[in-house]
Write a new protein. Structure first.
Length: 351
């Protein structure tokens, strides 16, 4: 296998293929969309063949930022400076679709018709309108950065068509019965991961970065080291049931409580299938935490603070889901229909 750096279709990350010391072919993800960083990783793994960017001018592909692919890669690279890992991962995912369909296009020749065709193609592929809207936001940001860097002169707005999408938040959350069905088909250390997410409302990255030193069993608090917003770094109460689960497992302060769960979405979907329930994602566990609190009548602002939001708006829009039992209880407070009808009869008599 010839040593080379490359990108897989629809991905911004560089991969490195090479032959190891035993003569076996190896493929390794460098974990970065930055060419210089990828070459550094490749150099540590073994000598690399010249990357296409370093070929003779008549053979090299233009890597100066003139293509949409390079503009997006540069944008993602810049985002590492001041954006959370979760946000950067989202940009990489959205950018991957743009690279797949528009990557070879020159930013100098990109036309609004090209982007309109891109949006139409993505919808044909089954993408949600909100997903396509976010992809266009990434494209606009990448083009704006290219303009700021002097790569292009045109305003990005002239290339991006108006594209509206009404945000419809995902409705999935778990009942206690469904959570039990899910846990029955998970290994013990994964049960800990799921219960931690469901009983803290932490994001995936927050669950995986939580260390034992962040849990104060004496004071009954957990320090969630969020980075997505200013208020996402927060201290929340440690509920008794979770303390009872985690207490006997306590490790060194620097050790992770649940750790990184590779293929978490795939494994959760498989466990849900075995448990005969609809599939869930890590964010559905966060949504479960908030929905349980709202169903118990808790204040939206308090729930928002526990989730690391700056206001109650996101709680009402995304997490404030009520089950049928709660809705039925609320309906019981409607005035009696018999009373209303009796008043109608009296009104007729008065007339």
């Amino acid at each position: 296998m010839q040593n080379k750096l490359y990108r897989r279709p629809g991905s911004l990350l560089y991969w490195y293929s090479y032959t190891d010391g035993r003569g076996f072919p190896v493929e390794h993800c460098t974990g970065t969309a930055n060419l210089t960083e990828a070459e550094s990783v490749a150099a540590q793994l073994g000598s690399t063949a010249p990357h296409p960017a370093h070929r003779a001018p008549d053979q090299a592909k233009d890597r100066s930022g003139d293509t949409v692919e390079e503009a997006i890669a540069q944008f993602v690279s810049y985002c590492h400076l001041d954006r959370s890992a979760a946000t950067v991962e989202c940009y990489e995912q959205k950018g991957g679709h743009l690279v797949r369909l528009l990557g070879e296009s020159s930013v100098h020749k990109l036309h609004v018709d090209h982007v309109h065709a891109y949006a139409h193609k993505r919808l044909e592929e089954g993408a949600a309108r909100e997903s396509v809207r976010k992809e266009l936001v990434v494209l606009r940001s990448a083009l704006q950065l290219a303009r700021d860097r002097g790569i292009m002169e045109r305003a990005p707005e002239s290339m991006i068509p108006r594209f509206r999408a009404q945000y419809k938040p995902r409705q999935r959350w778990l009942s206690t019965v469904e959570l039990s069905a899910l846990l029955r088909h998970l290994e013990p250390h994964r049960v800990r991961w799921v219960m931690l997410a469901a009983y803290t409302g932490a994001r995936l990255s927050e669950v995986e970065s939580l260390c034992w030193g962040d849990i104060d069993f004496e004071r009954g608090q957990i320090h969630i080291r969020g980075t997505k917003t200013a208020r996402s770094d927060r201290h929340i109460p440690l509920v008794g049931d979770l303390a009872a689960l985690l207490g006997p497992l306590r490790g060194a302060p620097s050790e992770p409580v649940a750790g990184t769960w590779h293929n978490v979405r795939r494994d959760l979907a498989l466990a849900c299938k075995k448990g005969r329930i609809d599939p869930v994602t890590p964010n559905d566990l966060r949504r479960t935490f908030a929905s349980w609190l709202k169903q118990a009548g808790r204040d939206s602002l308090a729930v928002g603070r526990l989730l690391g939001h700056t206001s109650s708006r996101m709680v009402e829009l995304v997490y404030g889901h009520l089950d049928q039992k709660t809705l039925s209880a609320a309906m019981e407070h409607l005035p009696s229909m018999d009373g209303i009808m009796s008043l109608v009869g009296k009104e007729d008599d008065d007339m």
